[in-house]
Unconditional design. Structure first.
Length: 248
């Protein structure tokens, strides 16, 4: 266990599983107090339990990040309990893939609401306290799809491209108070979803990647750790692609 995040309060949305949970593990391992926000209480409780079993400091709340009032209540509670928030990682995201001609408005709205509006709401509520602290790091989980686009994922691409634009705007708004805002854009990452893919499909994906392999959730988490750390204190408004060279 290291101490790069010692005494830091780290709030991570969508952290009960997948890349979000790996983020919680890495930041916990580095000595941070990790606070998980996710949709279902049972999943939150389980993730917090697993982190504590590994000796990490963790807490969690069930939150619908598209509900502004609920988010405000939870963030206020976190500030009451811990007095500050040092890092916010807007990681929560969903997909509802479909071709444009077949895409239902509900599929469009659901993805934009969670991936983009949710990040806006969380950023707005947390930044109020960071502005008073005159310090903080906000990291938005974008995607290589938000940079290059993808057939059948117009809603997802738009949400992640919007997240990159939101990152730049917030970096300009908050910079004078020493709050840094950056984005991480993962490529093809090994997650629960990809474990069900046939071997030949995975191999085909890997062929398109210069490093010839899929990334791991830890690869993404390490990029976030760097951006949140003192080593990146002169970096803001940037998007780091963690994609093995897929898009360049």
């Amino acid at each position: 266990m290291s101490d790069r995040m010692k005494d830091k309060i780290i709030v991570i949305t969508g952290a009960a599983r997948g890349i979000g949970y790996s983020l919680a593990e890495v930041f916990g391992r580095e000595g941070g107090k990790v606070i998980i926000l996710d949709l279902f209480q049972e999943a939150v409780d389980n993730a917090v339990y697993q982190l504590k079993q590994k000796g990490y400091s963790a807490d969690g709340y069930a939150v619908n990040i598209t509900d502004s009032q609920v988010v405000e209540t939870v963030i206020t509670q976190i500030i009451t309990n811990y007095e500050r928030i040092d890092v916010l990682i807007n990681n929560a995201g969903i997909t509802k893939d479909n071709l444009i001609l077949r895409m239902k408005e509900e599929e469009w709205d659901a993805v934009i609401n969670v991936n983009l509006k949710g990040a806006f709401i969380c950023t707005q509520k947390v930044s109020r306290y960071m502005l008073k602290q005159k310090s903080g790091s906000i990291i938005n989980m974008a995607s290589v799809i938000g940079v290059m686009g993808n057939a059948g994922q117009a809603n997802y691409a738009a949400s992640k491209g919007g997240l990159i634009a939101l990152t730049k705007s917030c970096a300009k708004e908050f910079g004078s108070r020493q709050i840094r805002v950056n984005a991480v854009a993962p490529g093809f990452i090994q997650t629960e979803m990809t474990t069900h893919l046939p071997a030949d499909v995975v191999a085909k994906y890997a062929e398109a990647i210069p490093l010839n392999k899929m990334g791991t959730p830890e690869d993404v988490a390490n990029a976030c750790l760097f951006l949140a750390s003192k080593e990146a204190e002169y970096i803001t408004g940037q998007t780091i692609l963690v994609d093995g060279g897929l898009f360049m």
